[in-house]
Each structure stands twice: as C-alpha cells, then as structure tokens.
Design a protein around this ligand. Structure first.
Ligand SMILES: CC(=O)N[C@H]1[C@@H](OP(=O)(O)OP(=O)(O)OC[C@H]2O[C@@H](n3ccc(=O)[nH]c3=O)[C@H](O)[C@@H]2O)O[C@H](CO)[C@@H](O)[C@@H]1O
Length: 358
C-alpha cells in the first residue's frame, strides 16, 4: 500500500512553526511521509530542517502581507504568484492527502496552490483574532482549529473547532538542575526568565538591561534576547545569562525559571501556563501589530494566570513595580494554573487534522 503523505506549512516567526514541530513526531509515528513548505529565509528552515532531517523542506518565494505602505507592496504580489506556482509543482510531485497550514505569510501561496490541486487544507489560528494570512486562507480551507474559545466568534461556525493549545512534548521533560548549570546559577536565588517572543523585543531588552543592577539583587536572570540582540559587555555579568535563541536548551531553562517576563505570543504563553510559571506579559503594542497579543494577554490576566503591563505604560519604574507584584502573586497564580485542563496531546491533534484527508 502507498505510504500516506501530508504537507505542513507555516513560518516567518517561530509562532507559526511550533505546532508543526509538536505534531511532526506524531505524524511520523503514525507512518506518514511528512513534507514541509516554508519560506526561503524564514526561521522554519532552521527549526524544521535541523530537528527533522527525515522531513524534506522546500523553500518557496512569498510576499509579506503589510498593513502599511512600502514599495515592496507593488513587487510582493509577483513573489506570491511565483510561490503559488512553486507550491503547485511541489504538491503535484508529493501528492499529499491533506495540507496543514499553521499560518504566516508563506502559507498563503501554499493554501492557494492546494485549492488549485484539489487537496484539502486544514488551518490553525493561535491568536484570539485571526491573522491576515489565515483570513485569506479561510475560503480555501476545509476546517480551522483554534487555541482560544473566543476565536470561534470570528470564524464560520460550521468549519471551526477550538482544540486548546498543543505543547511540544519535550518542554515537559526539562530539568531544573541542568538549566541552572547551563547558566552557571545556584539553586539559592530565584530565577527570572525574560523572553521577547521568538524574535526578541528591543523594548523588553532595554527595560531589563536598564534595571539589571537592581533586579540582580533579587534574581538570577536568563535573558532570551533574540537574534542579533546580545550585548557583549554583559557576557561576564554574574547572575545574568543571555542567549539569542535557544532550541534544545529551552526545556531546561524553562524548568529553571521561577518567574517569567514575556511578550504575549500565544504559543509562548500557553507553554508557560502548561508549566505553571507565573508570568508578567508585555504585549506587542497595537501600533506595531493588529493588537492580537493585547487580547491574548488580557484573557490570561482575566483568568488569573498573568500580570499585564502595556507597552505604552512601560517605564523603568513600572517594570520593577510589575515584577514585584508578580512575585507577591506567585502562589495564587500557580494554584490557578494548576486547576487548568491538561492540553491535548500532539498525537490527538495530528488525528484531528487527518480526519480531513482525501
Ligand atoms: C512579532 C509577531 O509577529 N509576533 C507574533 C508571533 O510571535 P512569536 O513568533 O514570538 O510566537 P509565540 O510567542 O507564539 O511562539 C514563540 C515560540 O518560539 C519558541 N522559542 C522562543 C524563543 C527561543 O529562544 N526559543 C524558542 O524555542 C517558544 O517556545 C514558542 O514556542 O506569533 C504569535 C502566534 O501567532 C503571535 O501571537 C505574535 O503576535
């Protein structure tokens, strides 16, 4: 019998790749031949290519979907068109039974090519409101899965289901002692992990670095600062350890953390919730995005999982004050997080997607 085949797509930032990273091992275990279509330059090439050498990766051309004026807005439609043709050829060769799209601008040409080829497409939305790529993909798709229940009100009722978050299995098997050792830290002092989403956040990096002397009196600090954002001058600072981006080390570092300060990308915040980490969220401002992180953060605040500090209100003083509030609410937040349902497994998610295969 011919092996069953699936194509996954999604990329641009890690937020559009993490679910794919989670389900690939399950799909392989179920005997599927898994292929990945991503962008030529995106983070997905590294994340998928390095971790899953058995999954062929195809880089295609894609345009960025901007909400603002740029000369590239005139050339990008041609890049999207080129991407559709490339994806069409890959689909014709690979002959998948289903395509799963985790969004991001690279997914748009793939979804269009899938429709042209008569292959069913399942899409996934991680944020409270659908992103632009998924809005474009919606009419071409058979079904859409969401993390937040609230997202369903923005989608056609007959083809949307909320599954909750799916967490990469390896994040649960981190080891606190190994995380502390990787940073040269001791078990005596609490650990604050600061992360600005998968790309890092200049605003959060600055707020942290301006307050380092004061914060280091209380905490040891792990700083995931984003590619190109490390500061050599701080390399030898006792109690402070910076990483631009971590992959295999992440589970140990998360287990070593007592508190987290972070952007409010949905994958990250659900990972912190699953590991019961009290968090201070500083969502990406509505001036720089569609405001999805603000909605994510406020829902977490309402449910008692997080403190929220809006980017516009971020100053040296409010940063420190919010961290103190976070510390004072630790046990109450952990107790609330402990009452949440265990997330669905990646195997369950893979099976939900496979229901839609041809
Ligand atoms: C600027 C931007 O467009 N941000 C969006 C992007 O965020 P972003 O790409 O930051 O996405 P998320 O915070 O949702 O996920 C980041 C993922 O990267 C992982 N990670 C991060 C740092 C690191 O060093 N190692 C590592 O593995 C995290 O564990 C997580 O799984 O997608 C999210 C999900 O659609 C959106 O909510 C965000 O608004």
């Amino acid at each position: 019998m011919k092996q069953q085949t699936i194509i996954l797509t999604g990329g641009g930032t890690a937020g559009h790749v993490s679910l794919n990273q989670a389900i690939i091992p399950s799909l392989l275990k179920l005997g599927y031949d898994v292929h990945y279509i991503g962008s030529e330059q995106g983070i997905e090439k590294e994340l998928i290519g390095e971790a899953f050498p058995q999954v062929p990766f195809y880089g295609i051309s894609s345009g960025k979907l901007r909400r603002y004026f740029s000369m590239k807005n005139f050339t990008d439609p041609f890049r999207v068109l080129a991407g559709v043709m490339q994806a069409f050829r890959i689909i014709k060769k690979v002959k998948p039974q289903v395509i799963f799209s985790k969004g991001g601008f690279v997914s748009v040409p793939v979804v269009m090519a899938a429709k042209m080829s008569g292959i069913p497409v399942v899409i996934h939305e991680s944020d409270v409101t659908p992103g632009l790529a998924n809005k474009i993909a919606l009419p071409f798709s058979s079904h859409v899965f969401t993390i937040f229940e609230e997202t369903l009100q923005h989608l056609p009722q007959e083809k949307a289901t909320c599954t909750g978050s799916i967490i990469r299995q390896e994040l649960f098997s981190g080891d606190k002692a190994k995380g502390l050792a990787a940073c040269g830290f001791t078990p005596e002092k609490p650990v604050l992990l600061v992360m600005g989403g998968s790309l890092g956040s200049v605003v959060i990096n600055e707020a942290l670095r301006h307050n380092l002397p004061e914060l280091l009196q209380t905490f040891q600090i792990i700083h995931l600062c984003g590619k190109g954002n490390s500061d050599k001058a701080l390399d030898e600072m006792p109690g402070y350890k910076q990483f631009e981006y971590v992959t295999t080390e992440l589970p140990n570092l998360l287990h070593a953390a007592d508190f987290i300060v972070s952007r409010a990308g949905s994958n990250s915040i659900f990972e912190f919730l699953a590991l019961h980490k009290p968090m201070l969220l500083i969502p990406l401002s509505a001036q720089k995005s569609r405001g999805d992180q603000i909605l994510n953060a406020n829902l977490f605040k309402k449910q008692g999982y997080a403190e929220v500090l809006e980017e516009e209100a971020l100053t040296k003083e409010t940063f420190i004050k919010s961290i103190h509030t976070l510390v004072s609410r630790k046990s109450e937040m952990v107790a609330t997080m402990e009452k949440t349902q265990t997330p669905k497994t990646s195997e369950e998610m893979a099976k939900l997607i496979l229901q839609y295969k041809k």
